[in-house]
Structure formats: C-alpha cells, structure tokens
Design a protein around this ligand. Structure first.
Ligand code: NPG
Length: 366
C-alpha cells in the first residue's frame, strides 16, 4: 500500500462532566486524529495522549511532533500495516503516537480490502459487555447517584477510581447501597505504595473483581509482593506497555489480570499479542479506555470481542463522555455494544461535527 499523505487534525471535545482520577481532572479532551490517505482508501485513528503528561510521559503536542518529525519519515514508501511497528522501532518510546500511526494505516488497509477490524483481529462475538469507569467525586451521596444512574443505563460492571483518602469508604458505600451482585472493581492509577498494603487489604472485604494499578508504573517487583498480601486480584494497566512487559509481569506474579489499552501500548497488533500471551498463561484480560471518541472506541470494541477478553471493558457508550460524538454514537443495548462490522474500524467521522470541533489541521504529503 502506498500512502499519499497524512492529515493531523486536532479536535476539542468537552466532556459531559469532569472526570477526576488520582492523577488529575479532565474537563475536555484535546484529541489528535490521524487520517492516512492512500489511492484506494482513507484510514482514521485517534491518539490517546492527553494534553498533559500526568498519566504517562506522552502528551498530545509531543505526539503530534514525533509523528510529523520522526514517525512519518520512517515509514517505507510501500507498506503493509504489519510492517509499521518494525519500521518505527528505532524511535524509542512514544507508543501512543506509534499506535495512532499504525491504526490509521491498518484502517486504510482493511477498508481497501473490505475487511472489518473485528474479523481481522479474530473477534469471537458480535457484541461486548460494557463496564463504566466512575471518577472520584466530592461526596459519597454524589458517587451513589452516579453509580445508580449507570446501573440504570445497563452497565454490567462498575469501576471506581480510588486514591488515598477515597478508597475503603466509597467502596463500602457502593456495596451497601447496590448489593453484592454488582460487578465492582477499583482503579488507583499508581497512587499507592507498598507501605499502604494493610489499607489496601481492607478492600478484600468487598469481593472486588480486581484492584487496578495500585503501585508505580515501573514497579513489577513490588506489585508481586503486594499480590501475596491481598486476596483481591491485582490487575496491571500502566505497567504493561508491551507483550514483553506482560511476560515479565506474569513470570514475576505481579498480576493475575491485565487491562489492555491498544492506544497506549503501540497499537492493536501489540494488543493482540498481549491477548494471546495472556490467554496461553491463564491471565484474564479486558479492554481499557482513554476517553476515546467514536473513532477510537470502534476499534476498542472490536478488540474487546476477542475470546480472551473475559471481563467487561471500559467500553462505555459515547454519551458517558460526549454529548455529541464525532461518529454516530455508540449506544448501549442491554449493557452491550455492537462490534462494528463495516470495513476497517467500521465508522466514519460525521463531516459537519468534525468541522465544528476542529481546532487545527495539517496536511503532510509523503
Ligand atoms: O471509559 O474511556 C474510558 C475511561 C476509562 O478510567 C478510564 N480510563 O486510568 O484507565 C484509566 C482512565 C484514563 C483516562 C487514563 C484518561 C488516562 C486518561
């Protein structure tokens, strides 16, 4: 496949409500979209880098710069999506930027071939069960209202963001109000240290599905120690940036579950490798989210349909985050989202919406 050029487009997407985590509060997403143009088809992707490097070292201005200056010039003239990662390997890190490039190339290639992401990746079902991630709130009553609303909408699993000072009490309140049958998990975004093990062990009383990324990103050894002190299964997110990291975490006993975020770990091909490795090792996986618009969500939903994704993902409906999505909105039916079946990611941006939210666009001829 020959790429004619690439458009880097920035869009501003206000969130329906502020989303607070242990690392910051998001009120609006500054999203970098990548459009790859070939003679036969166009491919779209969304870079998951946030405006500021608080969740990871990548950030959206940096991602645009590295794509423009280093990644696009490194692509061969004639390429297959399967060659992109290797071509970009000499450039260190920048997995979010690399994922955006590879995904747009893959979308163009699959659109030209008339094949859907789901089919290409090996989806085993046509719809996926959906969980929702609930941010840190100002008060417990406010949290209970939010959780009640999501359960009414049909979400099949609730994830509570936690941090020191907002952990045992909110979890207890949700369990007391909504009962033991609700699938419940927590996400610390690396906010604790091993000295908090006793406090974290108090969460064992609430029969959680998992605790996600309690300790620092680069600390597989301490996660393995923590795992021996908790009954609640440990799930890693930020710590896992590649299949190699996943292999190390499994070997060390650092986790028994992995949250796969394709946009963060270099793309859907690496995501599938992690899925395959985990499946072979009896490690459950689920698909994370990074407040994607419909463009990113579409491919995530396809990935979440692979057979090893045995836990509900953060694959919420569009309106969890956006009043108006850039694609046709993803809507929950009976707690599930339909896997797009059209070619490539199976969705397109709606031109009028896209124009309205665009803050800049840059064409790079290749
Ligand atoms: O549903 O898209 C979603 C968001 C799920 O909580 C969620 N994402 O730490 O997993 C996370 C968190 C996140 C959001 C991380 C934004 C980074 C940026």
């Amino acid at each position: 496949m020959k790429i004619t050029g690439v458009e880097l487009r920035r869009i501003a997407m206000p969130l329906v409500a502020p989303f607070r985590t242990s690392f910051g509060t998001e009120t609006s997403r500054d999203v970098l979209l990548v459009r790859v143009v070939t003679p036969d088809a166009e491919g779209w992707s969304e870079c998951v880098a946030m405006a500021e490097p608080l969740y990871s070292s990548e950030y959206v201005d940096g991602a645009a710069e590295v794509i423009r200056r280093f990644l696009l010039p490194a692509l061969p003239k004639n390429l297959d999506a399967g060659d992109v990662a290797r071509a970009l390997e000499p450039i260190k890190g920048h997995r979010m930027a690399k994922a955006a490039v590879e995904t747009a190339v893959l979308d163009a290639q699959l659109k030209a071939a008339g094949e859907s992401f789901g089919r290409f990746l090996g989806a085993a079902r046509s719809r996926v069960p959906c969980g929702v991630s609930v941010g840190i709130m100002d008060s417990i009553p406010q949290l209970l209202d939010a959780v009640g609303g999501y359960l009414d909408e049909g979400y099949v699993r609730i994830k509570l963001k936690i941090e020191p000072g907002w952990d045992v009490e909110p979890v207890r309140a949700v369990r007391e109000r909504f009962g033991d049958d609700v699938l419940l998990q927590v996400d610390a975004n690396a906010a604790y240290s091993l000295t908090d093990a006793r406090r974290l062990a108090r969460l064992d009383a609430f029969d959680l599905l998992l605790i996600e990324q309690p300790l620092a990103n680069d600390d597989l050894v301490q996660h393995a120690k923590l795992a021996t002190r908790l009954r609640t299964p440990i799930c890693l997110d930020e710590s896992i940036e590649s299949a190699e990291h996943a292999a190390a975490a499994i070997a060390l006993g650092s986790c028994s579950i992995i949250n796969i975020k394709p946009g963060r770990i270099g793309g859907y091909l690496e995501a599938r490798r992690i899925h395959d490795l985990c499946r072979a090792n009896g490690i459950a996986v689920w698909c994370g989210g990074m407040l994607e618009t419909g463009l990113g969500r579409a491919a995530n939903v396809a990935l979440a349909a692979l057979p090893g994704f045995t836990l509900p993902g953060d694959t919420s409906g569009s309106r969890r985050y956006y009043a108006t999505d850039v694609t046709e909105p993803f809507e929950l039916v009976d707690g599930h989202l339909e896997v797009p079946s059209g070619p490539g990611i199976g969705v397109e941006p709606i031109p009028s919406v896209l124009d309205e939210v665009t803050t800049s666009a840059e064409w790079i001829a290749l």
